[in-house]
Design a protein around this ligand. Structure first.
Ligand code: MF3
Ligand code: CO
Ligand code: CO
Length: 248
């Protein structure tokens, strides 16, 4: 179901999203080589709960942690564990927090120590894909223009766009309609409405767009060719005359 938020609900979304933003800043200040992904998850749990919020990923469809910590070839849903972060890794940390019944959701890909120019460019282009997608975004814009812009920028830079996972609406539920793909045909899809809140989250691969789902843990998504991937996400409010990026 697509939900349109009123002013009161938008104020609550802002609060949850501010907590998400601050948590990612806290992670950015503390993440370093030698830490395990589990230790990153502990930072997330500690910060979100200290704000009186709940890390919505914990227990979501049985998910066992407060964050998704995805290193290098892991695209998304990396389950925190014993993997040690190494100099040169890129690590996406994707978190969702709920307070007063509303969720905020965002992800950043962090650079650990000395990262190769190739991986740095991947991370930069992935962020740019998001900002291309929100350029000119407002009520009335067709939904699939978002994916069209993400895909065009990624492919123009020689990268590929993951098809198997998408962005989504968000509000009282972490995942609401509509689905927001990172690929698509310009001028198609429903027209966005003011008061919609959606997560735009480019997942960009260095090599093939194909991914594998780990059957053993039920969560980890990796690139099929084991080449690096990056992920960047914000929760975005659609307005009559533009957008408000709630997790920035
Ligand atoms: N935050 C993720 C998203 O962007 C959701 C992860 S669900 C989890 O949609 F269960 F894997 F945490
Ligand atoms: Co997310
Ligand atoms: Co999301």
């Amino acid at each position: 179901m697509i939900t349109i938020k009123n002013e009161r609900e938008i104020a609550l979304m802002r609060e949850s999203c501010r907590i998400v933003k601050e948590t990612l800043e806290f992670v950015g200040k503390n993440i370093r080589a030698g830490m395990t992904t589990k230790e990153v998850d502990e930072l997330v749990y500690r910060y979100i709960t200290s704000c009186g919020a709940y890390p919505s990923e914990l227990g979501y469809e049985g998910y066992p942690a407060s964050s998704c910590v995805s290193v290098n070839e892991v695209v998304v849903h990396g389950v925190p564990g014993d993997r040690v972060l190494l100099d040169g890794d890129i690590v996406s940390v994707d978190i969702t927090a709920e307070k007063n019944g509303f969720h905020g959701d965002a992800c950043r890909t962090f650079l650990i120590g000395n990262v190769s120019e190739e991986k740095k460019r991947l991370v930069k282009v992935t962020e740019e894909c998001f900002f291309k997608a929100v350029e000119g975004l407002q009520a009335g814009v067709p939904l699939y223009d978002i994916g069209y812009k993400v895909q065009a920028h990624a492919e123009a830079n020689g990268y590929s766009v993951v098809r198997a996972l998408t962005g989504h609406g968000i509000g009282r539920e972490m995942h609401e309609d509509p689905s927001v793909p990172n690929y698509g045909k310009k001028g198609t899809g429903m027209r966005l409405k003011a008061g919609m809140t959606i997560c735009i989250e480019p997942m960009i691969n260095t090599g093939t767009f194909k991914v594998n789902f780990n059957r053993a843990d039920g969560w980890t998504v990796t690139t099929a060719d084991n080449m690096p991937a990056a992920h960047y996400e914000n929760t975005v409010l659609i307005k009559e005359d533009g957008v408000e990026i709630l997790t920035l």
